[in-house]
Design a protein around this ligand. Structure first.
Ligand code: HEM
Length: 814
């Protein structure tokens, strides 16, 4: 340890030494008063000074400086920053008084640690057995009254308890997300199931079997925070991986393409779909003039609109919904080699949707439909599970394709590049506190880890700016990464300081790099840190094309090839649903010219679709919209069966599906009990549904509890139903308008129905009079009353089919 030769034993010199070690203007430690400054302190300060000198001297120059420059045309990979450890830890302390512990101070920081990144339990609060206090920890004697001047007098300003409570309440709200405001979250884990270390060094894929904690938020896009769940909209599917190398956010949607090709248009498309600014209507709906005005003038949206008008936009559950990273990303392996990659989440339970009429009614019966479904499934142990699948390809392959992989309005068809399963995600824990977790979680596309990198997709590039920017307003400043749900599990060490809501108490005086006074710490990570893929754009430079411009590549101009691909890949009933959705949306559009322009756009996708929609709107077919570029004549893939929901039935399990067993006096209790138990065994949620709470008398005289009423839980909240076994109960229900409506809607929405033959009269009374004789409706299971006890298994098989769309007619039978 060597320092400047100022150290003598003389009192005067020691004092100046103390001043230098403390602050420039001196402090209590340099006082002449022995009570303030004792010798032990002085010795320690001297040692700190010596240690600081030694540490600083051990880094005599900045050895990594030359590597910052391109030299002789060579770029040097960033080296690890020079750093050294002090002999005496006091060298990097802010203060030597850090040893003085107290109940508040606790002990001093352990060098090289940041406890902010520990598990969330450090923030969990439980008030069991505790009395109410103020936010300053003062016990509150009376939580019922404000402090008043006499029992009938005015309230006193002095009442700091009242003022604190009311003030906090007044500020409980934060701005909602500008898009995706309505959402629901869950914790879980990602498990790597295949070795792809040859493709990427990203931490979640480091080893087969490795588990990485995740937090997922599903959302709608257009609606406000309190809007209904089952609206027609894109669903957000955002996953935060808390990896041991930092957070990776895969911020995707349940639709693999987007409306626009350049982030410059995002505020426009969002303004167009949100409630119109003059009267703030409609809520959470694209069925209005401004949306379709924008769309019909932005034909790059044609492909996305096909998805948005399909049943994908009214999912049955977050558990039965695919997710997509949308953009083409890059995997980077340990050698620095890049592979292009698309991400897909595939639910094990299949991809299933609602019927539109059903969705509309659900929004009244239970606006929290998807939130409740997710919560209840996890509470009940039916943990949602998704496969992570990837498509990987090279730049050279992509260059050959008729579409551009940097264009977010295009997919890479599975028939062109098959999916490969690389992991699974299980959501196994509900949040404790919606605001603290689901509301405050901040996803950002630019949160990537070594092994994942961006491409030049102009939408992605804009997103990479937007998310960080928006969190600063929504979460009140630049320190939102300190909010527990956002804090990585990987430790955070840098020189960013201060700002609103700073929680850290940083040790030491160094908040810059390079430094020698903290031994160079924290230092740049070099090869093991994130470094952007060194992309070569030289091909472009070799052409006469300007390199700085506002324009899109030529292939982006093909707006219709993949819209056609999607439509052509749908089953007839899915195509019908698309036409019906367009009819609904455009009926709500009031400007004739806008309607006409949309239909003109549809003509470029499918003449039959355009003709149906025009007919249903009572309008003549307009001329097709002019195209920026003709569709590809012989696309790589013209029909992709994988794009149809029919290709994604799931694994046959009916976990957490809600099944109504209609009951009334005179039902066969034994038959009901047997079906009920079979459903429970299968992981479904059966409910005895009756006219009133209480009990019904079974045919054998037993009391059967009614769990919920038709009024409180109408048909749309159930996936399937069993009609009441016993003609007496069925006859009573046939005279009950609500029960009839229940049966009608189960039928209209194509849901599986277990019909005891004796209860068929209820079906008839509901208007279901023309049943297919050829068994062409797999959703209808007729069972003789004396065989009901064994009917559970077959009923479950039918429920797993989800819906009998074959039943649907226009107009509906009932
Ligand atoms: C492929 C296109 C896009 C996808 C898949 C997508 C997906 C998402 C998702 C899932 C969320 C909700 C995150 C959460 O649950 O907290 C979100 C929020 C948001 N998105 Fe996007 N988005 C896309 C395009 C864009 C673009 C182009 C921009 C802006 C240029 C943008 C800006 C935002 C903003 C500002 C939020 C609110 C973030 C917050 O307050 O937490 N998005 N987006």
């Amino acid at each position: 340890m060597g320092g400047p030769s100022v150290k003598t034993t003389g009192a005067r010199t020691r004092r100046s030494l103390l001043e230098r070690a403390a602050t420039a203007l001196g402090s209590g430690t340099s006082s002449d008063n022995a009570a303030v400054r004792n010798l032990a302190t002085a010795d320690r300060l001297e040692a700190k000074y010596d240690a600081t000198e030694a540490l600083s001297a051990s880094l005599p120059h900045n050895p990594t400086k030359p590597a910052e420059y391109v030299q002789g045309g060579q770029v040097t990979p960033a080296p690890e920053g020079a750093h050294a450890a002090p002999d005496n830890l006091d060298a990097t302390a802010s203060t030597i008084s850090e040893d003085n512990t107290s109940d508040k101070n606790g002990s001093k920081a352990t060098p090289g640690t940041n406890p902010n990144n520990g598990p969330l339990q450090r923030h969990r609060i439980d008030s069991g057995g505790r009395a109410i206090t103020t936010n300053q920890g003062v016990p509150v004697a009376d939580n019922q009254h404000s402090l008043r001047l006499g029992e009938r007098g005015p309230t006193l300003l002095e009442d700091f308890i009242l003022r604190e409570k009311i003030t906090h309440f007044d500020h409980e709200r934060i701005p909602e997300r500008v898009v995706h405001a309505r959402g629901s979250g869950a914790h879980g884990y990602f498990e790597c199931t295949e070795d792809i270390t040859a493709l990427t060094k990203a931490a979640p894929f480091a080893k087969v079997g490795k588990r990485t904690p995740v937090f997922v938020r599903f959302s709608t896009v257009a609606g406000e925070r309190g809007s209904a769940d089952a609206v027609r909209d894109v669903r957000g599917f955002a996953v935060k991986f808390y990896t041991d190398e930092g957070n990776w956010d895969l911020v995707g949607n349940n639709i693999p393409v987007f409306f626009i090709q350049d982030a410059m248009k995002f505020p426009d498309v969002v303004h167009a779909v949100k409630p119109e600014p003059h009267h703030q209507m409609p809520q959470a709906s694209s069925a209005h003039d401004t949306f379709w005005d924008f769309i019909s003038l932005s034909p790059e949206s044609a492909h996305m609109v096909m998805w948005q008008m399909s049943d994908r936009a009214i999912p049955r559950s977050y558990r039965t919904m695919q997710g997509f990273g949308v953009h083409t990303f890059r995997f980077i392996n340990a050698e620095g080699a890049a592979t292009l990659v698309k991400f897909h989440w595939t639910p094990l339970l299949g991809t299933h949707s609602l019927d539109w009429d059903e969705a509309v009614k659900i929004n009244g019966a239970d606006p929290d439909f998807h939130r409740r479904d997710l919560w209840e499934a996890i509470e009940g142990g039916a943990f949602p599970e998704y496969l992570l699948q990837i498509q990987t390809f090279t730049e050279e392959q992509a260059a050959q394709w008729s579409f551009d992989v940097l264009d977010a309005t295009k997919i890479v068809p599975e028939e062109l590049v098959p999916l490969r399963t690389v992991g699974r995600m299980v959501l196994d824990r509900n949040p404790d506190y919606f605001f603290g977790e689901t509301e405050q979680v901040a996803f950002c596309t630019q949160h990537v880890v070594p092994g994942i990198d961006f491409t030049n997709d102009p939408l992605l590039q804009g997103r990479n700016f937007s998310y960080l920017d928006t969190q600063i307003t929504r979460l009140g400043g630049p320190n939102f990464h300190l909010i527990p749900i956002n804090a990585p599990v990987a430790e955070v060490h840098n020189n960013q300081r201060d700002g609103f809501h700073q929680h850290g108490i940083f040790r030491g005086r160094v908040n810059y790099e390079p430094n020698s006074l903290a031994g160079g710490c924290p230092f740049q990570a070099g090869a093991r840190g994130f470094s952007s893929f060194a992309e070569r754009l030289l091909a472009q430079q070799a052409t006469a094309e300007p390199t700085k411009l506002r324009a899109k590549p030529e292939k982006f101009a093909d707006h219709y090839t993949q819209a056609r691909l999607f439509y052509a890949s749908q089953t007839p009933v899915e195509q019908y649903h698309i036409a019906r959705a367009l009819r609904f949306e455009l009926t709500r559009v009031q400007t004739q010219a806008v309607r006409a322009r949309v239909v003109a756009m549809l003509r470029n996708i499918d003449e039959g679709l355009a003709a149906t929609v025009a007919r249903d709107l009572g309008m003549a077919l307009p001329e097709p919209l002019p195209m920026a570029r003709a569709p590809v004549e012989a696309p790589e893939v013209a029909v992709s069966p994988a794009l149809s929901l029919a290709a994604r039935p799931g694994d046959g399990r009916i976990l957490a599906r809600r099944i109504a067993l209609l009951v009334g006096d005179g039902v066969d209790g034994a038959a009901l009990e047997s079906v009920y138990q079979a459903l429970v065994q299968a992981g479904a949620v059966p409910r005895y549904v009756g006219a009133r709470l209480g009990v019904v008398q079974t045919s054998s005289g037993d009391a059967l509890p009614v769990e919920v009423t038709i009024e409180a839980a109408p048909s749309v909240l159930f996936d399937a139903a069993m009609l009441p076994p016993g003609a007496g109960a069925a006859a009573t229900m046939a005279a009950d308008g609500l029960a009839l409506e229940f049966v009608q809607q189960q039928y209209r929405h194509c849901k599986p129905l277990l019909v005891p033959i004796g209860a068929a009269l209820l079906l008839e009374a509901a208007g279901v009079t023309t049943l297919p004789e050829d068994g062409g409706d797999p959703g209808l299971l007729f069972v003789p009353d004396d065989q009901l006890a064994g009917a559970g298994e077959e009923f479950i098989r039918r429920i797993a089919l989800h819906r009998a769309w074959q039943r649907q007619t226009e107009p509906p039978l009932v």
